[in-house]
Design a protein around this ligand. Structure first.
Ligand code: KIV
Length: 302
Protein backbone atom coordinates (compact mmCIF):
# COMPACT_ATOMS: atom_id res chain seq x y z
CA UNK A 1 0.00 0.00 0.00
CA UNK A 2 1.60 3.32 -1.05
CA UNK A 3 2.27 5.71 1.84
CA UNK A 4 1.48 3.03 4.40
CA UNK A 5 3.45 2.83 7.64
CA UNK A 6 2.18 -0.68 8.35
CA UNK A 7 4.28 -3.74 9.15
CA UNK A 8 5.45 -4.52 5.61
CA UNK A 9 6.84 -1.00 5.20
CA UNK A 10 10.52 -0.74 6.18
CA UNK A 11 10.81 3.06 6.18
CA UNK A 12 11.30 4.84 9.52
CA UNK A 13 8.04 6.03 11.08
CA UNK A 14 8.10 9.82 11.22
CA UNK A 15 5.76 12.48 12.59
CA UNK A 16 4.46 13.44 9.10
CA UNK A 17 3.76 9.77 8.37
CA UNK A 18 1.83 9.35 11.62
CA UNK A 19 -0.30 12.37 10.73
CA UNK A 20 -0.83 11.00 7.23
CA UNK A 21 -1.99 7.70 8.69
CA UNK A 22 -4.93 9.53 10.26
CA UNK A 23 -5.77 11.21 6.95
CA UNK A 24 -5.56 7.83 5.17
CA UNK A 25 -7.72 6.11 7.82
CA UNK A 26 -4.89 3.77 8.89
CA UNK A 27 -4.84 2.82 12.56
CA UNK A 28 -1.66 3.48 14.56
CA UNK A 29 -0.23 0.95 17.04
CA UNK A 30 1.81 2.16 20.00
CA UNK A 31 3.32 0.10 22.82
CA UNK A 32 5.51 1.12 25.73
CA UNK A 33 9.08 -0.20 25.82
CA UNK A 34 11.82 0.31 28.37
CA UNK A 35 14.79 -1.67 27.04
CA UNK A 36 16.52 -2.69 23.81
CA UNK A 37 15.22 -6.27 23.74
CA UNK A 38 11.55 -5.34 24.05
CA UNK A 39 12.10 -2.50 21.57
CA UNK A 40 13.49 -5.01 19.07
CA UNK A 41 10.54 -7.34 19.68
CA UNK A 42 7.91 -4.66 19.01
CA UNK A 43 9.88 -3.10 16.16
CA UNK A 44 10.10 -6.51 14.47
CA UNK A 45 6.33 -6.90 14.97
CA UNK A 46 5.72 -3.71 12.98
CA UNK A 47 4.47 -1.56 15.87
CA UNK A 48 4.67 2.05 14.65
CA UNK A 49 5.39 3.91 17.92
CA UNK A 50 7.41 2.92 20.99
CA UNK A 51 6.69 5.03 24.06
CA UNK A 52 9.31 5.09 26.78
CA UNK A 53 6.56 5.80 29.30
CA UNK A 54 6.94 7.01 32.85
CA UNK A 55 4.86 3.89 33.59
CA UNK A 56 8.36 2.41 33.94
CA UNK A 57 8.14 3.71 37.51
CA UNK A 58 5.39 1.18 38.20
CA UNK A 59 6.29 -1.83 36.04
CA UNK A 60 10.10 -1.63 36.10
CA UNK A 61 10.81 0.12 39.41
CA UNK A 62 7.87 -1.28 41.40
CA UNK A 63 6.58 2.13 42.58
CA UNK A 64 2.86 2.62 43.21
CA UNK A 65 2.64 5.70 40.97
CA UNK A 66 4.64 7.39 38.21
CA UNK A 67 5.45 10.42 40.39
CA UNK A 68 8.96 9.42 41.57
CA UNK A 69 10.30 8.93 38.01
CA UNK A 70 13.01 11.39 36.97
CA UNK A 71 14.11 12.84 33.63
CA UNK A 72 17.47 11.05 33.92
CA UNK A 73 15.74 7.70 34.44
CA UNK A 74 13.48 8.05 31.40
CA UNK A 75 16.44 9.19 29.30
CA UNK A 76 18.44 6.13 30.40
CA UNK A 77 15.63 3.85 29.21
CA UNK A 78 15.17 5.92 26.03
CA UNK A 79 18.78 5.27 25.06
CA UNK A 80 18.28 1.53 25.46
CA UNK A 81 15.04 1.56 23.46
CA UNK A 82 16.59 3.69 20.69
CA UNK A 83 19.44 1.17 20.38
CA UNK A 84 16.97 -1.70 19.90
CA UNK A 85 14.82 0.15 17.37
CA UNK A 86 15.31 0.08 13.63
CA UNK A 87 12.16 1.62 12.28
CA UNK A 88 9.56 2.57 14.92
CA UNK A 89 9.12 6.14 16.15
CA UNK A 90 10.52 6.49 19.70
CA UNK A 91 8.75 8.86 22.11
CA UNK A 92 10.22 9.94 25.45
CA UNK A 93 7.65 10.56 28.20
CA UNK A 94 8.24 13.75 30.22
CA UNK A 95 7.87 12.80 33.89
CA UNK A 96 6.24 14.68 36.77
CA UNK A 97 7.50 18.29 37.14
CA UNK A 98 9.78 18.06 34.11
CA UNK A 99 7.66 20.53 32.13
CA UNK A 100 5.36 22.30 34.65
CA UNK A 101 7.92 24.61 36.29
CA UNK A 102 8.44 26.91 33.28
CA UNK A 103 8.33 26.71 29.48
CA UNK A 104 12.11 27.28 29.42
CA UNK A 105 12.78 24.38 31.80
CA UNK A 106 10.33 22.27 29.78
CA UNK A 107 12.17 23.04 26.54
CA UNK A 108 15.53 22.25 28.11
CA UNK A 109 14.26 18.90 29.41
CA UNK A 110 12.43 18.06 26.16
CA UNK A 111 15.64 18.63 24.22
CA UNK A 112 17.50 16.14 26.40
CA UNK A 113 15.15 13.33 25.36
CA UNK A 114 16.24 13.87 21.77
CA UNK A 115 19.92 14.77 22.20
CA UNK A 116 20.76 12.33 25.03
CA UNK A 117 17.95 9.75 24.81
CA UNK A 118 17.77 9.23 21.05
CA UNK A 119 13.99 9.81 21.06
CA UNK A 120 12.30 11.46 18.07
CA UNK A 121 9.58 13.24 20.04
CA UNK A 122 8.34 13.77 23.59
CA UNK A 123 5.00 13.22 25.30
CA UNK A 124 3.57 15.28 28.13
CA UNK A 125 0.41 14.97 30.22
CA UNK A 126 -1.66 18.14 30.13
CA UNK A 127 -4.41 20.08 28.34
CA UNK A 128 -5.33 23.76 28.35
CA UNK A 129 -2.71 24.55 31.01
CA UNK A 130 0.03 22.82 29.04
CA UNK A 131 -0.78 24.50 25.71
CA UNK A 132 1.69 27.45 25.97
CA UNK A 133 4.47 25.03 26.94
CA UNK A 134 3.64 22.69 24.06
CA UNK A 135 3.79 25.67 21.70
CA UNK A 136 7.22 26.65 23.05
CA UNK A 137 8.64 23.14 22.62
CA UNK A 138 7.12 22.66 19.17
CA UNK A 139 8.50 26.02 17.99
CA UNK A 140 11.96 24.78 18.94
CA UNK A 141 11.52 21.90 16.48
CA UNK A 142 10.68 19.17 18.99
CA UNK A 143 7.50 17.25 18.14
CA UNK A 144 5.12 16.85 21.10
CA UNK A 145 2.54 14.14 21.71
CA UNK A 146 -0.03 15.35 24.25
CA UNK A 147 -2.00 13.26 26.77
CA UNK A 148 -5.43 14.18 28.20
CA UNK A 149 -8.24 12.49 30.13
CA UNK A 150 -6.90 10.27 32.88
CA UNK A 151 -3.42 11.69 33.44
CA UNK A 152 -1.61 9.43 35.94
CA UNK A 153 0.74 12.22 37.10
CA UNK A 154 -2.38 13.96 38.54
CA UNK A 155 -3.39 10.86 40.50
CA UNK A 156 -3.82 12.80 43.75
CA UNK A 157 -5.84 15.61 42.16
CA UNK A 158 -8.11 13.00 40.52
CA UNK A 159 -8.47 11.02 43.77
CA UNK A 160 -7.08 7.86 42.17
CA UNK A 161 -6.75 6.37 38.69
CA UNK A 162 -10.34 7.21 37.70
CA UNK A 163 -12.11 7.44 34.35
CA UNK A 164 -12.47 11.13 33.43
CA UNK A 165 -15.19 12.99 31.51
CA UNK A 166 -18.16 10.90 32.61
CA UNK A 167 -20.51 13.91 32.92
CA UNK A 168 -21.30 16.48 30.20
CA UNK A 169 -19.45 19.13 32.21
CA UNK A 170 -16.25 17.15 32.71
CA UNK A 171 -16.45 15.76 29.16
CA UNK A 172 -16.52 19.34 27.86
CA UNK A 173 -13.34 20.03 29.84
CA UNK A 174 -11.53 17.04 28.33
CA UNK A 175 -12.70 18.11 24.85
CA UNK A 176 -11.40 21.65 25.51
CA UNK A 177 -8.06 20.16 26.64
CA UNK A 178 -7.81 18.13 23.44
CA UNK A 179 -8.59 21.10 21.21
CA UNK A 180 -6.10 23.31 23.09
CA UNK A 181 -3.16 20.90 22.68
CA UNK A 182 -3.98 20.31 19.01
CA UNK A 183 -4.14 24.08 18.49
CA UNK A 184 -0.80 24.46 20.30
CA UNK A 185 0.85 22.22 17.72
CA UNK A 186 0.89 18.73 19.27
CA UNK A 187 1.26 16.14 16.48
CA UNK A 188 -0.72 13.39 18.26
CA UNK A 189 -2.79 12.95 21.37
CA UNK A 190 -3.13 10.13 23.90
CA UNK A 191 -6.68 9.78 25.23
CA UNK A 192 -6.60 7.80 28.44
CA UNK A 193 -9.49 6.55 30.59
CA UNK A 194 -12.45 8.36 29.04
CA UNK A 195 -15.86 7.17 27.78
CA UNK A 196 -15.99 5.73 24.25
CA UNK A 197 -18.32 8.40 22.84
CA UNK A 198 -16.18 11.24 24.21
CA UNK A 199 -13.08 9.71 22.57
CA UNK A 200 -15.02 9.53 19.30
CA UNK A 201 -16.07 13.18 19.58
CA UNK A 202 -12.47 14.25 20.22
CA UNK A 203 -11.14 12.09 17.37
CA UNK A 204 -13.57 13.79 14.99
CA UNK A 205 -12.88 17.27 16.40
CA UNK A 206 -9.08 17.34 16.04
CA UNK A 207 -6.98 16.80 12.92
CA UNK A 208 -4.14 15.05 14.76
CA UNK A 209 -4.16 11.30 15.48
CA UNK A 210 -5.74 10.25 18.78
CA UNK A 211 -4.20 7.21 20.47
CA UNK A 212 -6.48 5.57 23.00
CA UNK A 213 -5.91 3.58 26.15
CA UNK A 214 -9.12 2.78 27.97
CA UNK A 215 -10.86 5.09 25.51
CA UNK A 216 -12.71 2.63 23.26
CA UNK A 217 -12.38 1.66 19.61
CA UNK A 218 -12.97 4.97 17.80
CA UNK A 219 -9.50 6.48 18.30
CA UNK A 220 -7.01 6.68 15.41
CA UNK A 221 -4.68 4.31 17.25
CA UNK A 222 -4.22 2.35 20.46
CA UNK A 223 -1.49 2.09 23.09
CA UNK A 224 -0.88 -0.56 25.75
CA UNK A 225 1.78 -0.89 28.41
CA UNK A 226 3.97 -3.73 27.13
CA UNK A 227 3.93 -5.61 30.44
CA UNK A 228 0.10 -5.65 30.28
CA UNK A 229 0.01 -6.69 26.61
CA UNK A 230 2.41 -9.58 27.24
CA UNK A 231 0.84 -10.70 30.53
CA UNK A 232 3.77 -9.75 32.77
CA UNK A 233 1.67 -8.08 35.49
CA UNK A 234 0.06 -10.96 37.44
CA UNK A 235 -1.74 -8.82 40.02
CA UNK A 236 -3.15 -6.16 37.69
CA UNK A 237 -6.00 -6.81 35.28
CA UNK A 238 -7.64 -3.47 34.42
CA UNK A 239 -10.82 -3.66 32.30
CA UNK A 240 -9.22 -1.93 29.31
CA UNK A 241 -6.26 -4.30 29.07
CA UNK A 242 -6.29 -7.26 26.72
CA UNK A 243 -3.46 -9.68 27.31
CA UNK A 244 -2.05 -11.15 24.12
CA UNK A 245 0.29 -13.55 25.95
CA UNK A 246 0.90 -14.89 29.45
CA UNK A 247 4.65 -14.28 29.78
CA UNK A 248 4.59 -14.19 33.58
CA UNK A 249 3.06 -17.67 33.88
CA UNK A 250 5.32 -19.00 31.13
CA UNK A 251 8.32 -17.40 32.84
CA UNK A 252 7.51 -18.96 36.21
CA UNK A 253 7.04 -22.37 34.55
CA UNK A 254 10.36 -22.02 32.67
CA UNK A 255 12.22 -20.92 35.81
CA UNK A 256 10.81 -23.93 37.71
CA UNK A 257 12.00 -26.32 34.98
CA UNK A 258 15.46 -24.70 35.15
CA UNK A 259 15.52 -24.94 38.96
CA UNK A 260 14.48 -28.63 38.82
CA UNK A 261 17.09 -29.53 36.18
CA UNK A 262 19.90 -27.76 38.09
CA UNK A 263 18.87 -29.52 41.28
CA UNK A 264 18.70 -32.87 39.46
CA UNK A 265 22.09 -32.30 37.76
CA UNK A 266 20.59 -32.63 34.26
CA UNK A 267 21.50 -29.05 33.29
CA UNK A 268 24.02 -28.28 31.91
CA UNK A 269 24.42 -31.50 29.93
CA UNK A 270 27.31 -32.11 27.45
CA UNK A 271 25.25 -30.27 24.82
CA UNK A 272 25.64 -27.03 26.80
CA UNK A 273 29.27 -27.58 27.90
CA UNK A 274 32.72 -27.01 26.38
CA UNK A 275 34.08 -30.55 26.49
CA UNK A 276 37.59 -31.52 27.56
CA UNK A 277 40.93 -29.68 27.54
CA UNK A 278 42.97 -30.77 24.48
CA UNK A 279 46.21 -32.57 25.32
CA UNK A 280 49.00 -30.67 23.45
CA UNK A 281 52.72 -29.98 23.93
CA UNK A 282 52.13 -26.21 23.90
CA UNK A 283 51.71 -24.46 27.27
CA UNK A 284 48.08 -24.21 28.29
CA UNK A 285 46.54 -20.73 27.87
CA UNK A 286 45.80 -18.84 31.08
CA UNK A 287 42.04 -19.02 30.52
CA UNK A 288 40.17 -22.05 29.11
CA UNK A 289 38.78 -19.78 26.37
CA UNK A 290 40.78 -17.91 23.72
CA UNK A 291 40.00 -14.27 23.04
CA UNK A 292 38.49 -15.21 19.68
CA UNK A 293 36.38 -17.87 21.38
CA UNK A 294 35.15 -15.41 23.97
CA UNK A 295 34.14 -12.89 21.29
CA UNK A 296 32.37 -15.53 19.18
CA UNK A 297 30.52 -17.23 21.99
CA UNK A 298 29.75 -14.27 24.18
CA UNK A 299 29.52 -11.55 21.51
CA UNK A 300 31.80 -8.60 20.78
CA UNK A 301 33.29 -6.62 23.63
CA UNK A 302 31.95 -3.18 24.53
O1 KIV B 1 3.56 6.11 30.75
C1 KIV B 1 2.84 5.46 29.99
O2 KIV B 1 3.00 4.25 29.79
C2 KIV B 1 1.76 6.16 29.32
C3 KIV B 1 0.80 5.35 28.50
C4 KIV B 1 -0.12 4.60 29.37
C5 KIV B 1 0.08 6.17 27.50
O3 KIV B 1 1.64 7.34 29.43
Amino acid sequence: MTGSAHASDERPVTVPRLRKMKRDGQRITMVTAYDATFARLFDDAGIEVLLVGDSLGMVVQGQDSTLPVTVDEVIYHCRAVARGTRRAHVVGDMPFLSWQVSPEKALENAGRFLSEGGAQSVKLEGGVDAAPTIERIVHAGIPVMAHVGLTPQSVHAMGGFRVQGRTEETAARVLADAKAVAQAGAYALVLEGIPTDLAQRITEAVDIPTIGIGAGPHCDGQVLVCYDLLGLTPDLKPKFVKRYAEFFEEGVAAARRYRDEVRAGTFPSEEYSFGKVKKTEAPAPKSGLSLVHVRTVYGPKG
